[in-house]
Design a protein around this ligand. Sequence first.
Ligand code: NAD
Ligand SMILES: CC(C)[C@@H](O)CC[C@@H](C)[C@H]1CC[C@H]2[C@@H]3[C@H](O)C=C4C[C@@H](O)CC[C@]4(C)[C@H]3CC[C@]12C
Length: 369
Amino acid sequence: MANSAQAQKLVYLVTGGCGFLGEHVVRMLLQQEPRLRELRIFDLHLGPWLEELKTGPVQVTAIQGDVTQAHEVAAAMDGAHVVIHIAGLVDVFGRASPKTIHEVNVQGTQNVIEACVQTGTQFLVYTSSMEVVGPNIKGHPFYRGNEDTPYEAVHKHPYPCSKALAERLVLEANGRKVRGGLPLVTCALRPTGIYGEGHQIMRDFYHQGLRLGGRLFRAIPTSVEHGRVYVGNVAWMHVLVARELEQWAALMGGQVYFCYDKSPYKSYEDFNMEFLGPCGLRLVGARPLLPYWLLVLLATLNALLQWLLRPLLLYAPLLNPYTLAVANTTFTVSTNKAQRHFGYEPLFSWEDSRTRTIRWVQALESSAQ
Ligand SMILES: NC(=O)c1ccc[n+]([C@@H]2O[C@H](COP(=O)([O-])OP(=O)(O)OC[C@H]3O[C@@H](n4cnc5c(N)ncnc54)[C@H](O)[C@@H]3O)[C@@H](O)[C@H]2O)c1
Ligand SMILES: CC(C)[C@@H](O)CC[C@@H](C)[C@H]1CC[C@H]2[C@@H]3[C@H](O)C=C4C[C@@H](O)CC[C@]4(C)[C@H]3CC[C@]12C
């Protein structure tokens, strides 16, 4: 813990700080980073909950802005020591155009990098994604892989393509001179499927189950495992990386780290039932109720419907060809690189992560009644 001489001298900027992961990172920084003097939260959509944070010892500055606007990013960055770049369009459901996804995720990231160079911000932590690696378009499984596992990372979908390009920009920017002549130190964190309080997709599954009389229908074989990580542990890894990046710049600069904890490897649907089951939902079927070819047909029909209806309304169901393919491909990580490089250990046990998430879903239940 920092002593009083070190305390409260740093300015952090968090982009996307009002999103699912961003809010947890903001709250974790306020709890776990004693050197914070000012915390700037830059987001397209500011949350009302930010007001409650302004009563503490750290100056919390909410900045409504757009990462696609370079001047807005530079203005928010000026004077910051560390930037944690979380903002992004997480869209695999066809809600945004490929162009918009690229503008936000790639150009937005480039704007953050250039703002660091222009203003002299020396430390950049980027929230990347497992999808930078896979699953690839060939449906190759990634089984208990790590940051060095060979894998043909070939993508077509705009989201993984944008995350892969943005991550590359961040890693290539490591070592660039920023204003004042010091080197920019960057690194990228790759969460697998994040779960926890505020996860919109979990909320969607819960409401879908309520609509179907408390039942969800299995679509994916139990043998297909997906790595998942609790949002609190992802937030903790962001805080730790931002703290250690200066001291271990030579080791950590230009590196990628998977985000991991002790969450069990299960199919995406079975894992969700760890939280939805205790809240009264039941997953029907020991194996998929429909053959895979029929699921592909239904997913394709959903994509066609989305295209036909687009001039009238946004139709964006969970099931589409991309989400079906991802859900149906094993992707699990087994690594300790973050532990070896900067001493990361999960802050929340699996049991604690599960309990917190169940309590959140139960709160949804009471608000739905
Ligand atoms: N959710 C996951 O499972 C997961 C897994 C791996 C990586 N990630 C990455 O984590 C990051 C956050 O994901 P999330 O699940 O919290 O998503 P989210 O949509 O809840 O949060 C994204 C935030 O970014 C903001 N934002 C979007 N466009 C912006 C723009 N143009 N300018 C400024 N702010 C903008 C949004 O308003 C939102 O607050 C993303 O970069 C995503 O790729 C998410
Ligand atoms: C309708 C069924 C087939 C159902 O099982 C579909 C589930 C599907 C919506 C999810 C399965 C895997 C998810 C993705 C994965 O957890 C990792 C991701 C990376 C992250 O950066 C963004 C979110 C996501 C793409 C995540 C999205 C939902 C799934 C595709």
